[in-house]
Design a protein around this ligand. Structure first.
Ligand code: NAD
Ligand code: ZN
Length: 361
């Protein structure tokens, strides 16, 4: 095995129903400096009961994250400017991200901008964040992206036509509160689509050229768990399976990073048609049977067993410019494409072949 990168994981987690009740203790441990706690909460919870249990004290700042669209750099800039004005130069004692992948990512990005000058897009890339972010606590309410334990926070940048995160050890959460009771209200389709993100990250990594024994083992384990959740006897959203999905997301998140063919096609769909990540991944895999026959077959079974539908024709009647943009939005992802197909990926995935794949979705 070749030498791995020096790898950072989340140092603390607490897992199980009831974990959310401990959030206040974890925040209180950080309050000694006197700064406010900043809560970035998915807007879904704005008028929900779980919010009453949010351990916010007088002077703390609660912002609701609009997740109707995938997070964009301008959105993160505006949010962090607003928070900075309210903090009046005093660093927060900690930043809490509570929600699905989008909210967990927004909280990570805002935290980086609280201790680093300039705009979000200046940090899209690798190792660009120079100063450590404030202490961060992640509270996932939807499982699958692995955003709770990854070292990135994916942001769209329309101007540059890309989706790219702030890849940095400073982006990693310091503490996770993994409470499966928070996922009970997730709509079934959403649970499936986001859960599938774990499955995809893991098989794309295992089928790729860039390998690492630890990542392989984590991926195999997370995929096994996904097969049990989505093809086993119990309902995919039973209490036990919601906890299993939280664990699979966490394990898969530690393995994510070396994607293959699904994520580039998915990114093209998100940039051009604004399709959300999990659903876009599923459309991508639906036409990748030639490349991933086993995983495609299992995925088709999972869709059927859980009665999830992917209506056909989403790219049937687009303009030539849109097909061009889909091609560009896919082919720009050189690292994952060469991981999957080798250096010849541009010839293997020519415009014609890609366009016919999009038309088949
Ligand atoms: P999401 O965060 O966009 O949320 C999807 C929907 O589910 C939203 O409407 C939200 O309000 C709702 N929701 C969340 N929790 C809920 C709950 N408990 N009950 C009811 N509704 C709830 O979805 P996602 O699939 O978790 O995240 C997708 C995002 O994650 C994308 O922006 C993608 O780029 C990003 N991502 C990040 C990483 C990473 O490593 N940082 C990896 C993969 C994907
Ligand atoms: Zn993903």
């Amino acid at each position: 095995m070749s030498l791995t990168r020096n790898t950072k994981n989340v140092p603390y987690y607490i897992l199980g129903a009831g974990a959310f009740a401990r959030l206040g203790d974890f925040i209180d441990e950080r309050r000694h400096g006197g700064g406010a706690a900043l809560f970035c909460v998915d807007h879904y919870f704005q008028d929900k009961e779980a919010l009453r249990d949010l351990p916010a004290k007088d002077g703390d700042i609660v912002v609701f994250v609009d997740t109707s669209k995938e997070p964009a750099v301008e959105y993160v800039d505006a949010l962090s400017d607003g928070v900075k004005a309210r903090l009046q130069g005093r660093p927060p004692c900690c930043v809490v991200g509570m929600g699905g992948g989008a909210t967990l990512d927004v909280a990570k990005a805002v935290a980086n901008l609280l201790s680093n000058p300039g705009k979000a897009e200046e940090y899209q890339g690798w190792e660009l964040v120079k100063n450590p972010a404030p202490y961060k606590i992640g509270v996932p309410t939807l499982s699958g992206t692995g955003a709770e334990c990854s070292r990135t926070c994916v942001l769209t940048n329309e101007k540059r036509k890309l989706k790219l995160g702030m890849n940095s050890d400073y982006t990693v959460y310091d503490q996770l509160v993994l409470d499966p009771s928070l996922t009970v209200s997730v709509p079934r389709d959403q649970f499936f689509f986001t859960g599938m993100d774990t499955y995809m990250h893991c098989f794309e990594s295992l089928r790729g050229a860039y390998r690492n024994v630890i990542v392989d083992r984590l991926s195999l384990c997370a995929m096994d768990m996904c097969r049990d959740i989505f093809l086993g006897q119990e309902d995919m959203m039973s209490e036990a399976n919601r906890e299993n999905m939280m664990v699979a997301s966490y394990l898969g998140g530690m393995a994510a990073g070396n994607t293959g063919l699904v994520h580039p096609l998915s990114a093209g769909l998100s940039i051009v048609l604004h399709l959300p990540h999990g659903r876009a991944n599923c459309y991508a895999l639906s036409v990748l049977g030639d490349f991933y026959p086993e995983e495609h077959a299992a995925f088709t079974q999972m869709l059927a067993k859980n009665r999830i539908s992917l209506p056909k024709g989403i790219c049937a009647n687009l303009s030539e410019e849109q097909y061009d943009a889909l091609h560009q939005g896919t082919i720009v992802h050189e690292k994952p494409l060469s991981n999957a197909l080798g250096p010849d990926f541009k010839n293997i995935l020519g415009k014609e072949r890609l366009t016919s794949m999009f038309k088949a979705m």
